[in-house]
Write a new protein. Structure first.
Length: 637
């Protein structure tokens, strides 16, 4: 293990240098200095890794250029701000919002800019509650006093003893009197329309107890805005992978105090801890899908260097461990992506029977590879395999079944002979003939990579509020085939986009897009995951009447997941559960000879009629993202 880590470290350092010296440009074409690389695998790996870094760096520049356009188009101008000032006076609900601002030895220019960003808010029913944590730099308290004299809405307390961020923020909370509290860091900036947008949302949904917005970053000593984070709607699984709420968050003050405020000993992860505790019993958390907050990229900030505060990461793990215990579960907490994404491996208290349902016909090599990988790569023991044979004529396939009936403790071969082929009906037939408490639907063209795949999926599928659990699937060449399903994207030959895979055919090692890790690197919620590898409890499967046979060739898994989602269950994607997938080798892509284009067109119309509103507005895919491909890139129209 140590040797592997050292090898990776050396490769990364070589790749960093290779990025600079192994490439050059001639007449706009990139030339690779790859002589002898085929003979030297390590050098080939370095070249490939360096190429990935170059692609990622280029994509990062393109993303920031796109955001610059978006920023200038969407940052509120004077006319819009004037309209908001007039409109906010007419709000039916005008709650007092207490902005909590802990300070400590803050850079004077940054503190002034921070306070000014509150003063210019178009919504005027606010109070700024500043708690200085015994700053040793005199200017910090002087600036606070000066601003407090100028505006009576500014309240402050000067702590006599430094207590760190949790105690300081609690001091702010203790002098707050608003219906809601908003969290602001001492060197960051609120957009002038931030509180207006918050109160607009509250007027539409007075039951809001917790809401959050999108954010970007500003460079330490400039006004340049960069690196935006356009977030999904409420995603509990993502919040247990990363504190994606961060800035700008507003929550009910009484609720914040009821759960104990900010807990000492959780410094650096105190906001995350509070969000998890507050959201424990909330049925609804609101997301305002636009940037309203800018995070300062100071030298010692995690905005610039994620590993800048090591103590914070120890506390993050403690936060997640507390969250698991509070929910009565058992899990191991580890890094999924160091200093970015955590991984929560829930442990099953029991070992229920899992039925792996595999619809298949002929395709000897594929089904052999699939079964062989299950046998060789699966740690979980209490399982049965239900092969739904839909009309195999190859004798070798039937001989293969006999072989695996001897190798597996429990395997059933059930024949489904209906014509024409109907994936939904075949899956339902397999489920009916299964004995397991949990169903794991698996395509015959998959190949297991992760040995703990069933344990990992079961840990989520056993949870009360979770419906379908999906995996990360790769093409044989290592490109991503499935990392969650996005609604309303794609579309072929002029047909409407119904659903597509997130970051389709992208490379993730290293990520060819710098946002891939943030958007798809950790466990998170989607409206749908592919049934090429999908686990669900039989109870929930029956609750929504399984797959709809009306969807004969396409969208059956999307429809199934949407039925689960609309019944109040969350669907989950797990990036650490990995398989290869030779997509649609068995039944063909829409439009191929193996599939009826007329049936496909009919099923598109059915999806639009049944699920039109959510297809247009996928809650887990930002409305500002383009819909031609699900790559989380901003629309530029």
């Amino acid at each position: 293990m140590k040797l592997k880590k050292i090898t990776i470290k050396i490769r990364n350092r070589l790749a960093a240098r290779a990025t600079k010296i192994l490439y050059f440009t001639v007449k706009g074409k990139r030339i690779f200095l790859n002589k002898y690389t085929n003979q030297i695998p390590v050098l080939s790996s370095v070249i490939s890794f360096a190429d990935g870094r170059l692609v990622s760096a280029h994509t990062s520049r393109v993303r920031n250029d796109e955001y610059a356009v978006w920023f200038h188009k969407n940052y509120p101008g004077k006319a819009k701000l004037q309209r908001q000032k007039a409109e906010q006076e007419k709000f039916k609900i005008r709650p007092l919002i207490s902005v909590l601002l802990p300070t400590y030895n803050t850079d004077p220019s940054h503190l002034k800019e921070c306070i000014n960003s509150v003063l210019v808010q178009t919504y005027n029913n606010w109070e700024l509650c500043i708690a200085d944590d015994a700053s040793t730099i005199q200017s910090t308290q002087e600036i606070i006093k000066k601003y407090a004299k100028q505006d009576s809405r500014i309240k402050y307390v000067f702590r006599k003893k430094n207590g760190h961020i949790c105690e300081a923020t609690n001091s702010s909370l203790n002098i707050a009197s608003g219906k809601y509290v908003a969290l602001l860091d001492h060197d960051d900036v609120l957009w002038p329309n931030a509180l207006y947008e918050v109160v607009t949302a509250i007027n539409k949904r007075p039951d809001i107890k917790l809401l959050y917005t999108d954010e970007d970053k500003i460079k330490e000593d400039s006004d340049e805005h960069t690196d935006p984070f356009f977030k999904p709607d409420w995603s509990p699984e993502l919040l247990r992978s990363i504190n994606y709420i961060t800035h700008f968050a507003v929550l009910d003050r009484k609720l914040a105090k009821e759960v104990g405020g900010f807990r000492k000993g959780y410094e650096g992860a105190q906001d995350w801890d509070l969000f998890l505790r507050v959201s424990d019993n909330l049925k609804y958390v609101h997301h305002i899908p636009t940037v309203l907050y800018s995070w300062r990229m100071s030298k010692n900030s995690t905005a610039t260097k994620p590993s800048a505060k090591y103590y914070a990461y120890a506390n993050q793990k403690k936060v997640l461990e507390d969250d698991v215990r509070r929910r009565g579960l058992v899990a191991n907490i580890k890094w999924q992506i160091p200093y970015l994404m955590w991984r929560v491996d829930y442990k099953s208290q029991t070992k229920p029977l899992v039925s792996i349902v595999i619809p298949t016909k002929d395709q000897f090599k594929l089904i052999k590879q699939c079964l062989s990988s299950i046998k060789a790569k699966t740690d979980y023991k209490n399982m049965e395999i239900v092969i739904v044979d839909t009309g195999s004529e190859d004798k070798k396939v039937w001989e293969l079944y006999k072989k695996y009936q001897k190798l597996f403790k429990a395997i059933k071969i059930v024949k489904w002979d209906e014509k024409p082929f109907n994936f939904s009906a075949a899956c339902n037939f397999g489920a009916k003939n299964s004995s397991g408490e949990y169903l794991l639907f698996l395509n015959n063209d998959t190949q297991v990579i992760s040995s703990s795949w069933i344990d990992d999926m079961l840990g989520y599928a056993q949870q009360r509020d979770i419906g379908a659990v999906g995996a990360k699937l790769y093409y044989p060449d290592g490109r991503i085939q499935h990392a969650g399903v996005i609604l309303g994207v794609g579309g072929q030959n002029g047909t409407p986009g119904i659903a597509g895979h997130f970051f389709p055919a992208f490379i993730d090692n290293p990520p060819q897009d710098p946002k891939m890790d943030l958007y798809a690197g950790g466990a998170r919620n989607f409206t749908a995951v592919t049934a090429a590898c999908l686990m669900v409890s039989k109870k929930n499967f029956n609750k929504v009447n399984g797959f709809d046979p009306a969807f004969q060739i396409a969208f059956n898994d999307v429809d199934f997941c949407l039925k689960l989602y609309s019944s109040g269950l969350r669907n989950v994607y797990l990036p650490h559960v990995r398989l290869y997938h030779h997509e649609s080798v068995s039944v063909g892509q829409p439009g191929s000879k193996q599939r009826d284009e007329g049936v496909f067109a009919k099923e598109i119309k059915m999806m639009i009629k049944k699920w039109g509103p959510i297809i247009k507005n996928d809650p887990f895919y930002h409305p500002e993202f383009r819909k031609d491909v699900a790559s989380a890139r901003l629309k530029m129209d």
